[in-house]
Design a protein around this ligand. Structure first.
Ligand code: GLN
Length: 482
């Protein structure tokens, strides 16, 4: 029998449909793989019993002829999504023992369509980071290794690094992530898989732990663009419980993968050619553009003049919103409580012990940026800059259908690296934050290898709510490395 964990979602779907395999067999293979790959620390919580029960129910539905679009497909869930009856931590000590009594809309959509839950994956604490090193539960490990230094443990990227490690390490067919500044796309690039952030408003944020509400967006990880498109269709959709969720029909994203990109215009922004970018990334980017041209697309130079302000803008807006969102963790309503002599001291003790260094830093920066006297200088300025960044894209999209850039400025780095210099860590997001600031869809597709043999992704940024064109181009991009 072939190894069931190596199947793509499409292959698994076909075998399940033909009744050549059962959902229970598929779940069992992944449960065994999860156990075998514990060294990757991809999961905070494994839910094998739940997986088996859901797989049994799935097989029964199929017998009754009631199979959904994801019937029997085993999925890992980033531990940022609340899951009914299952520990949900955001990789933070402050959520110790928090078991939600409700299900996030995105995961509920997956289960509605027949998917099977394998467990909750590791991440940077409250999704703040680019490596999973800020997790209270220790970092996840990238399943891939450098050819030049095979003994080194590398990070899977972050914040959704556990999900990326699970999919790249064959312990899940697909996974959910959240992307506030690049947390789906950067780990996808580091692990050699596909990761996508939809347009802001496509996926409901209800039941997803909030980091920066105006930037947060859920999205899928998978090993192919087609698998990503299939997961997208189930995850997206209008939700009256999230006021920023958009009431638009969800397209059949899979049908958009026609393989024909003739006549499409791809913009290449000069401003993304940052100083010190490794030659391998420059090369990969140029190759990607060439290949798209050969496939019949037109590659055009575009300008996004405010790009250099994107990272500083993000690192004002995101901490500001985080400082407000994280005010709710007070030792009363959720998780950890550290007693004190009075109520105020209990708050202080709980928050001091419950939050890690990076989260504390963000709360302090955010509180400062929002405080009287500084609000106009920082937060208001950042919001104005955000509008200019959005306008850059509006103008660019008059002459192109999608923008092509590298996903990240490097391949995966070693566990423990860059932790003593937060700014070095923040630079990981230099190519991805713009899509969040402008609310645009973005996808990272494996495009080649760096000098160290580690994967590198190329990013496509699409027009708002035109994920279909972006996916179609991504589908073409992916064929170049196969
Ligand atoms: N790495 C970025 C940050 O630390 C992005 C995180 C994210 O997208 N959740 O904020």
């Amino acid at each position: 029998m072939t190894d069931l964990t190596r199947l793509t979602l499409v292959e698994a779907r076909d075998l399940l449909e033909k009744k050549e395999i059962t959902a229970v067999e598929l779940a069992d293979a992944h449960i065994a793989a999860m156990e075998g790959a514990r060294g990757l620390n991809a999961y905070i919580t494994e839910t094998p019993d739940k997986a088996q029960a859901m797989a049994r129910a799935s097989d029964e539905r199929r017998m009754r002829g009631e199979a959904g679009p994801l019937e029997g497909i085993p999925i890992a869930v980033k531990d940022m999504f609340c899951t009914d009856g299952v520990l949900t931590t955001a990789a933070s000590h402050i959520l110790d023992g928090f078991v939600p009594t409700y299900e996030s809309t995105v995961t509920a959509n997956l289960w509605r369509d027949g998917a099977v839950m394998l467990g909750k994956t590791n991440l940077d604490e409250f999704a703040m980071g680019s490596s999973t090193m800020t997790s209270y539960y220790a970092p996840s490990i990238n399943p891939r290794r450098r050819t030049t230094e095979p003994e080194a443990d590398l990070v899977p990227g972050g914040s959704s690094g556990g999900s990326a490690s699970a999919v790249a390490g064959y312990t899940a067919i697909g996974a959910t992530g959240t992307d506030t500044g690049g947390s789906i796309r950067q780990p996808a690039s580091f692990c050699g898989i596909v990761g996508m952030k939809p347009t802001y408003g496509r996926c409901s944020r209800w039941g997803t732990i909030a980091f920066a509400s105006s930037l947060d967006q859920a999205g899928p990880f998978a090993r192919t663009v087609r698998d990503t498109a299939i997961l997208m269709r189930s995850m997206c959709g209008f939700d009256p419980k999230d006021s920023t969720s958009v009431d638009m029909p969800v397209p059949d994203f899979e049908a958009a993968l026609t393989g024909d990109i003739r006549g499409l215009r791809i913009g290449v922004p000069g401003e993304y050619r940052v100083e010190g970018m490794p030659a391998a990334i420059e090369q990969l980017w140029a190759n990607g553009a060439d290949r798209l041209r050969q496939a019949g697309a037109e590659v055009v130079d575009i300008s996004l003049p405010h790009t250099k302000y994107a990272l500083p803008t993000y690192y004002v807006v995101a901490p500001a919103e985080a400082s407000s969102n994280l005010a709710r963790y007070d030792g009363v309503r959720y998780g950890l409580r550290v007693p004190g002599k009075n109520l105020i001291e209990m708050y202080e003790n709980t928050r001091a012990e419950g939050f890690g260094d990076e989260v504390t830093r963000r709360i302090m920066i955010g509180t400062y940026a929002l405080s009287a006297g500084y609000y106009d200088a920082y937060y208001l300025k950042a919001q104005q800059m955000r509008t200019l960044i959005k306008r850059d894209f509006d103008a660019a999209f008059e002459s192109c259908h999608a923008v092509l850039t590298p996903t990240a400025p490097s391949t995966a780095f070693k566990v423990g690296e860059k932790t003593d210099d937060p700014v070095m860590m923040y630079l990981n997001d230099v190519f991805t934050v713009t899509a969040n600031l402008a609310g645009l869809p973005g996808i990272s597709v494996p495009a080649g290898l760096g000098a160290d043999g580690m994967p590198l992704g190329l990013q496509l940024i699409g027009r708002p709510f035109d994920e279909e064109t972006m996916l179609r181009i991504a589908g073409m991009l992916e064929t170049f490395v196969k």
